[in-house]
Design a binder for this molecule. Sequence first.
Ligand SMILES: Nc1ncnc2c1ncn2[C@@H]1O[C@H](COP(=O)(O)OP(=O)(O)OP(=O)(O)O)[C@@H](O)[C@H]1O
Ligand SMILES: [Mg+2]
Length: 266
Amino acid sequence: MHPGLSHRASCEKTLHNGVPASTPDGAFLGYLGSCIDITHRHEAEEKLRRIPRLLINAQEAERNRIGQELHDDLGQRVVALSIGISHLAQQMDGNDKLAADCANLQQQASAVITDIARLSRQLRPVTLQRLGLPAALQSLCAKSANPDGVVVTFSQYGELKRVVPWIVSIALYRVAQEALRNALAHSGTDRINIDLHIDRTGLAVMITDRGCGFAVEHTTTTGLGLSGMAERMENIGGILKIDSSPGAGVTVTASVSIPEWEPSWT
Ligand SMILES: Nc1ncnc2c1ncn2[C@@H]1O[C@H](COP(=O)(O)OP(=O)(O)OP(=O)(O)O)[C@@H](O)[C@H]1O
Ligand SMILES: [Mg+2]
């Protein structure tokens, strides 16, 4: 054996290449060719295929950690600060100017507490982990009620009869989160719908607004939202479709089929 070649007791994957050989008078002699052990290449390709999934899991684990840290540490410290200010305010009898300053500081502290709670829920979607995708999407809509009076509604079509794989539910949830954020930030609409469609082959989430729309093919923004949504869906073998044109609102559809559902769907 050539010293540069490694020896394996058995080849799990091989690549064959051959041509028939015959004598000058046409009698078949056999095949001439090569047989290459491609087990290592196959294993490397498998590992590469798993990388996006590992990256998503690592990213979600890190978001969970930061969300929990925000809630347990920073959030509690600002609560303590707010209590301290309120104690201070009680000692300001007779000093209206300082009492007003304290009230103002306490209002700011309360706003920071609300923001931290919202951010930590966004980073760590506890409802998704505990109650699943339909409940999490419903809760996302309910919590998006905002002072501008935009109505965000959730509708579900079809019933979930099997557990949604975590990698699928987190991808669909993150897409809905970003599409909703975009609709609230850019569309100028007063109504946004999030629809969850369930059938025997898989799931689709549609986020629709009736706002200003945009020219999908010509976006030159440096934003990370649209590319992030597309990447997430690609990584789970799903499809992201964005239908829009200026003046016509936006519909974002994220769909994925779950092959293991079909055999036992009753
Ligand atoms: N629902 C929508 N209505 C109108 N325009 C939209 C909508 N969604 C996206 N766009 C347009 O597409 C652009 C790109 O969106 P994208 O989410 O990638 O970036 P962004 O929201 O600007 O920034 P980021 O998501 O990184 O905070 C937006 O800047 C906006 O012009
Ligand atoms: Mg965005």
